[in-house]
Design a protein around this ligand. Structure first.
Ligand code: GRF
Length: 203
């Protein structure tokens, strides 16, 4: 399966996918990496892997809808089977979802529906939860509201700050994202209402 990965930052989830794709048995390969900004490590990682990259910045377009159209076209050029939003910090618009909805997954550093939005780790920490986690879900028109594919819990420690908690979550998140993307790519899936079933032989 052909993957296009969208990033906005460090790209450690992207790196986990790149490492997994090195194994031909994984059943997927990253064909391009897109971002909403320049100068991020995620793009350096893509270039280091010899991959095509593209950047579509919202301020470069007259309207948000124009940005959405441009991003959709940039992704479509690479003919992905799956789009993976791995730390991409923009809401994907109607045009994008028309084209790639149902085959775009996002990874979120909280147990959705708890702590949606761009500050999930900070919000969980400040709420005082003792367990948080990460979620991989299909992207729909909402913010972190699409059908859940996989989740895993991560304990919060009394000495945690946002960085230490986020790093502990990312250890789990990277492994879960790699496993889910591989299963989606190799075995496919079904969605009934909001319930996602991975058609894998062993689960
Ligand atoms: C991940 O935890 C992702 O869930 C969140 O931002 C982080 C991105 O990390 N949206 P990286 O850029 O993949 O290292």
């Amino acid at each position: 399966a052909r993957l296009v990965v969208l990033v906005s930052g460090a790209g450690t989830n992207l790196q986990a996918l790149l490492d997994a794709c090195a194994d031909p048995a994984y059943g997927a390969r990253v064909v391009a990496v897109g971002a909403d900004r320049h100068g991020i490590a995620g793009l350096d990682r893509a270039r280091a892997a010899g991959l095509p990259t593209f950047v579509e910045r919202v301020p470069d377009h007259p309207t948000r809808a124009d940005w959405d159209v441009a991003l959709t076209a940039a992704v479509a050029e690479h003919e992905p089977d799956l789009v993976v939003s791995a730390g991409f910090m923009k809401i994907l618009g109607a045009r994008f979802l028309e084209r790639f909805g149902g085959r775009t997954v996002n990874t979120h550093p909280a147990l959705l529906p708890a702590f949606q939005g761009a500050h999930a780790v900070r919000n969980a920490l400040e709420y005082g939860v003792k367990v948080t986690g990460c979620t991989v879900h299909f992207v729909d028109e909402g913010v972190d509201t699409g059908p859940v594919i996989a989740q895993e819990a991560v304990p919060v420690r009394w000495h945690d700050d946002e960085d230490s908690l986020h790093e502990r979550i990312k250890q789990v998140e990277r492994r879960m994202l790699v496993e889910v993307v591989g299963r989606l790519a190799r075995d496919g899936w079904t969605v009934k209402g909001r319930r996602v079933s991975l058609k894998c032989r062993t689960c």
